[in-house]
Design a protein around this ligand. Structure first.
Ligand SMILES: *[C@@H]1O[C@H](CO)[C@@H](O)[C@H](O)[C@H]1NC(C)=O
Ligand SMILES: *[C@@H]1O[C@H](CO)[C@@H](O)[C@H](O)[C@H]1NC(C)=O
Length: 362
């Protein structure tokens, strides 16, 4: 009997040792919870009727499976690359986990979930009806939080979530819509940006209320320079008014994050200055190994129709890894990989106050 117990406890110890070892060597964080728009959507929009769907060729042409997955990319996107950096599988789309054949105790559920949805904005009104808005994403997350608590118990759940990354990429669609959708533009610019920041602050507080402690927040890029905006003039110049709002949004976002940190104390964050990173990229493409930073590889904007993304009938460029943009709105797989390299372990020139690797180590 004693021997049996010894063998049993050795096995139990071995089991826990195994868990500790695989945890520390296998992956650097227990989970990644992803919120945001098409820059990080890995397929949520495949699960409800919306025009903001992209699960058709040539999208996914460079994805390992070679099939369209609902990513707005020729291959992987930034959510995939961040997961790779920490040694986790890509967090699956939340809506896919509601499918009955996927049971809720599937380990990838604890390893993170993605709520990101193409066309999403901070404001509910942005692309209303086409997308899962940020508020809805936060609401969905609360359900997941309940599941995590049920699975791990309150104390373990808190520990699990406090070590996990909350990856947030949102705001571009609100800004794009402001300049391209008449009904929102009636608001003064300052007031609009303030409302974005205030709303996002409430959303982040909600995530904090439900266990979020480590936030990776990506600022908006020089949106006036995406092909969709450049094609509004013959010279393919960046649209300055759009860039200027993006800069204002990022300034507001950075000070809001500092405020949030002083209000909530125990949170930590890594803000990535996507604006200046992309600006540098567009000024010196060759230093990043790129040749074309103005024109999209696929789905060239002919009629300025925002729905004119890359389709089976579109022609595409011969070298997809030397183009910054895959389609009129979204970076190529090659560009996304480089962005995440910089976000993760890059110099503090673009990350504030930490890069992601430093955030994880806290
Ligand atoms: C965040 O940083 C503070 C110090 O500023 C630290 O006390 C706290 O434990 C950190 N939180 C996490 C979740 O790492
Ligand atoms: C495509 O572009 C990449 C990056 O600039 C370059 O390394 C590669 O050699 C190019 N491939 C072809 C076939 O030109």
């Amino acid at each position: 009997m004693a021997d049996y117990l010894n063998v049993f406890s050795a096995a139990v110890l071995g089991f826990f040792f195994f868990i500790v070892v695989t945890f520390s060597e296998g992956h650097k964080v227990p989970g990644i919870y992803v919120f945001g728009d098409s820059l990080v959507d890995v397929g949520n929009n495949n699960y409800f009727p919306t025009l903001a769907r992209i699960d058709y060729p040539h999208n996914g042409i460079d994805f390992p499976t070679k099939i369209p997955t609902g990513r707005f990319s020729n291959g992987k996107n930034a959510a995939d690359f961040l997961a790779e950096k920490v040694g986790l599988p890509t967090s699956p789309p939340y809506l896919s986990t509601l499918r009955p054949m996927l049971n809720k105790n599937n380990p990838s559920f604890l390893a993170g979930i993605s709520f990101a949805s193409g066309a999403a904005g901070i404001l509910d009104i942005t692309n209303l009806g086409l997308t899962i808005s940020m508020n809805k994403q936060v609401e969905y997350y609360r359900t997941v939080y309940g599941e995590v608590v049920q699975q791990l118990g309150a104390i373990e759940a808190q520990k699990h979530l406090s070590e996990s990354l909350f990856y947030i990429v949102i705001g571009s669609n609100d800004i794009i819509k402001y300049f391209n959708q008449f009904n929102i533009k009636l608001r003064p610019e300052e007031e609009f940006v303030d409302s974005l920041i205030l709303t996002l602050k409430q959303q982040l507080k909600q995530l904090h209320n439900y266990g979020g402690r480590k936030f990776v927040v990506v600022g908006t890029g020089p949106i006036g320079c995406i092909p969709f905006e450049r094609h509004k003039n013959k010279a393919l110049e960046c649209r300055q008014e759009v860039n200027s709002m993006s800069l204002k949004f990022n300034e507001g976002l950075k000070s809001m994050l500092q405020e949030l940190k002083s209000e909530l104390k125990e949170i930590n964050y890594s803000y990535f200055d996507s604006y200046n990173f992309f600006l540098n990229f567009m000024q010196k493409p060759a230093s990043y190994g790129f040749a074309e930073v103005k024109v999209a590889c696929c789905g060239v904007v002919l009629d300025l129709d925002p729905k004119n993304l890359c389709r089976l009938t579109s022609s595409y460029c011969s070298n997809r890894s030397d183009h910054l943009f895959w389609d009129p709105y979204h970076p190529s797989e090659a560009a996304s990989s480089i962005i995440v390299d910089h976000m993760f372990g890059g110099p503090l020139q673009y990350s504030f106050p930490f890069n992601v690797e430093q955030l994880i180590a806290l």
